[in-house]
Design a protein around this ligand. Structure first.
Ligand code: F6P
Length: 365
């Protein structure tokens, strides 16, 4: 067992925000390191922040035995999660909103926890950072999100698997596009960041990549399709981020129940416009939550494991308010305040943007 500078006996771990592949690999790494490295008890909090706000708090003890099976390989999160119900602005059934942040700290106290590890995206990490500061809770964050938009880390858990899934979709679309001489459009997730589309577009051999950071015009896209045609290729692959937007307009959103708006519809819109501009037959695939579920790939399992171990080591050495991150093939850690005060969209001078241009891929500008 490793010496630690603290008097920690029990820690909590929770997953917060949208799920993604690799969350269970982080939970497993945290449990292995905490029990085998330090002899701590580990409680898995159910359903993110909600599990600590409920009375009594909802959790389960995580043991080494639990992880002898296939949990490392499983998608989703064995603890459950939520991307609704910000404790600072909690929606009540009557439509009002209340601040329930004190209940979170109360739950932590009730479980007699000495530290907390939270696995979340940029939004969840910001909320957890504020909640734990307010409650005087020792906290370490682990970045996860298919969008890969958590600042100061090259990779968040889940991104690599989402990219692999989108590449596989392009691999499947190419032969059917070629057989029917069609333009296939693949709409991918990513919220306001184009990392999934950019990476998968390069890996999957797309002819056009549209990302929110580079507003597109129809003319260069139509031109690219015509050029391909002149070169003897009668099919094309287009990948677009859900939040890609035209230079002279807004991103496309769908309205859902309770007036909730979410990105969606850009693929169909483009399909119609490209058909009208080029005469090409178009078909649209919206990949959706397929990018979030499923078996984590090896890269996600590896960084999830490295993040989980480092998060526990940080608590053991008395650190607090930090996030683990991946930089230059190393796990590092940074102040959470520095992370939550920034955003991480695609930098249009980025290597991969240059790579795409160098390959002759149209970015619609
Ligand atoms: O942030 C992850 C993400 O999958 C985004 O890419 C997407 O826009 C959103 O969550 C979808 O959220 P929900 O699961 O609530 O539909």
């Amino acid at each position: 067992m490793v010496k630690n500078k603290t008097t920690i006996k029990t820690i909590g771990v929770l997953t917060s925000g949208g799920d993604c592949a690799g969350l269970n690999a982080v939970i497993r790494a945290v449990t292995h390191r905490a029990i085998q490295g330090y002899g701590w008890r580990v409680l898995g909090i159910h359903d993110g922040t909600q599990g600590l706000m409920d009375s009594p708090p909802r959790c389960e003890e995580l043991t080494l035995k639990l992880f002898t099976g296939n949990i490392l390989r499983m998608g989703g999160t064995i603890l459950g999660t939520t991307n609704k119900g910000d404790p600072f602005d909690f929606p009540m059934p009557d439509g009002s909103r209340i601040n329930r942040s004190k209940e979170f700290a109360q739950g932590f106290k009730e479980l007699e926890l000495d530290g907390l590890i939270g696995i979340g995206g940029d939004g969840s990490l910001d909320i957890l950072n504020r909640l734990t500061k307010l409650g005087g809770i020792n906290f370490i964050g682990v970045p996860k999100t298919i969008d890969n938009d958590v600042p100061l880390t090259e990779f968040a858990v889940g991104f690599s698997t989402a990219v692999s899934t989108a590449v596989e979709a392009l691999d499947r679309l190419q032969p059917t596009a070629a057989s029917h001489e069609r333009v296939m459009i693949l709409e991918v997730m990513g919220r306001d960041a184009g990392h999934i589309a950019l990476n998968a577009g390069i890996g999957g051999g797309a002819d056009v990549i549209l990302i929110p950071e580079i507003p597109y015009r129809l003319e260069p896209i139509a031109e690219k399709i015509k050029t391909l045609h002149e070169q003897g290729r009668d099919h094309a692959l287009i990948i677009c981020s859900e939040a890609a937007r035209p230079a002279d307009g807004e991103a496309s959103m769908n309205e859902h129940s309770h007036g909730q708006k979410r990105y969606g519809g850009i693929g169909d819109q483009l399909g119609e416009q490209i058909n009208a501009a080029t005469g090409a037959e178009t078909r649209v695939t919206v990949l959706g939550h397929v990018q979030r579920g499923g078996i984590p790939n090896s890269h996600d399992r590896i960084i999830a494991s490295a993040f989980g171990v480092r998060a526990v080591d940080l608590l053991a050495s008395g650190e607090n308010g930090r996030m683990v991150a991946w930089q230059h093939r190393q796990v590092v850690d940074l102040p959470l305040d520095e992370v939550t005060s920034r955003t991480r969209e695609v930098d249009i001078t980025d290597t991969l943007v240059q790579t795409a241009r160098g390959l002759g891929i149209s970015l619609g500008d």
